[in-house]
Design a protein around this ligand. Structure first.
Ligand code: NAD
Length: 283
């Protein structure tokens, strides 16, 4: 049976380390600060933002949530971002996605000063990541890589298959896996015969947002399987994209949902905020 990769525990380890870094910054008069801008009343977004604020508190980062009604205009939202860009106490700015349909994500994310873009979604950060330059990395993708590192299995030369090609998860994960010298195959909703690819995967990253998409038949015995999906099913329960009970009989390593990738994502956000505070203070 698979070794279960409890993101929650790995995250706790890393957060202890981060708390130490925050202490050190504070001794130099720098209090890392994150501001989250949340528009509208989507319950999932509110729950994610609460998790982020709790994470900040845990490691000593000052956090603030700016709540705005869904009726806010794009200009008003951009103006808020521009004010935060200028605020020296704010090192990280995160605009929770998705935004209401009348607001362009491109315009709002593009307005964030790239040094404060702790989600790693600004085109400057995405471009730097792709070239292999230092940048603030997208949190979920970074969290996935950190979890794979914890298995102790080298990624070099391994065949990694990524399901999903979104800008938030699939694409950045594929760049970071290549940086680790894995051979990467990208699959998505138009892929014909998905199983043909997944069965070859030494490392399988599932980020489709489709409950129970992947089962034991789709997994190469011994593979590292990282389930990024978060789906609420009819019973109200949260499940991943992988059928956990079957997969754990075949995989070598497997992440649960919840308690897997989610806590790692928030931890990488905290890490980015500390990094941004250091960079902006030229430490
Ligand atoms: P998205 O909807 O933007 O992208 C989904 C991708 O999966 C698309 O590229 C699509 O082509 C592909 N896909 C959809 N159905 C497929 C199928 N049947 N076969 C193969 N590919 C398929 O979603 P996203 O923002 O990338 O998020 C993916 C999942 O990860 C969601 O469930 C989301 O909630 C979750 N998520 C979790 C975290 C976390 O921290 N745990 C963070 C971000 C996203």
């Amino acid at each position: 049976a698979a070794t279960i990769l409890y993101g929650k525990e790995i995250a706790k380890d890393i957060r202890e380390q981060l708390a130490g870094e925050v202490e050190e910054l504070k001794s130099k008069g720098i209090v890392p600060g994150l501001t989250v801008v949340l528009v509208g009343d989507d319950p999932a977004s509110h729950s994610y933002v609460r998790g982020k604020a709790r994470g900040c508190e845990e490691v000593g980062i000052r956090s603030e949530i700016i709540l705005k009604e869904a009726s806010i205009s794009e200009e008003e939202l951009v103006a808020i971002v521009e004010e935060l860009n200028e605020n020296p106490n704010v090192h990280g700015i995160l605009v929770q996605l998705p935004l209401p349909a009348h607001i362009s994500e491109k315009a709002v994310i593009g307005a964030i000063r790239s040094e404060k873009d702790v989600d790693g979604f600004h085109p400057i950060n995405v471009g730097n990541m792709m070239i292999g330059y230092d940048s603030l990395l997208p949190c979920t993708a970074h969290g996935v890589i950190e979890m794979i590192k914890r298995t102790g299995m080298p990624m070099e030369g391994k065949h990694a298959v990524v399901i999903g090609r979104s800008n938030i998860v699939g694409k950045p994960v594929s760049y970071l896996l290549q940086k680790e010298n894995a051979t990467v195959t990208m699959c998505h909703s138009r892929t014909v015969d998905l199983r043909h690819y997944t069965r070859q995967a030494d490392i399988l990253i599932v980020a489709a947002g489709k409950a129970h998409l992947i089962g034991s038949e789709d997994i190469k015995p011994g593979a590292v399987v990282i389930d990024v999906g978060v789906n609420r099913i009819d019973s109200g329960k949260l499940v991943g994209d992988v059928r956990f009970d079957e997969a754990k009989e075949v995989a070598g390593y497997l992440t649960p949902v919840p308690g897997g990738v989610g806590p790692m994502t928030i931890t990488m956000l905290l890490k980015n905020t500390i990094e941004a505070a250091k960079n902006l203070s030229a430490i």
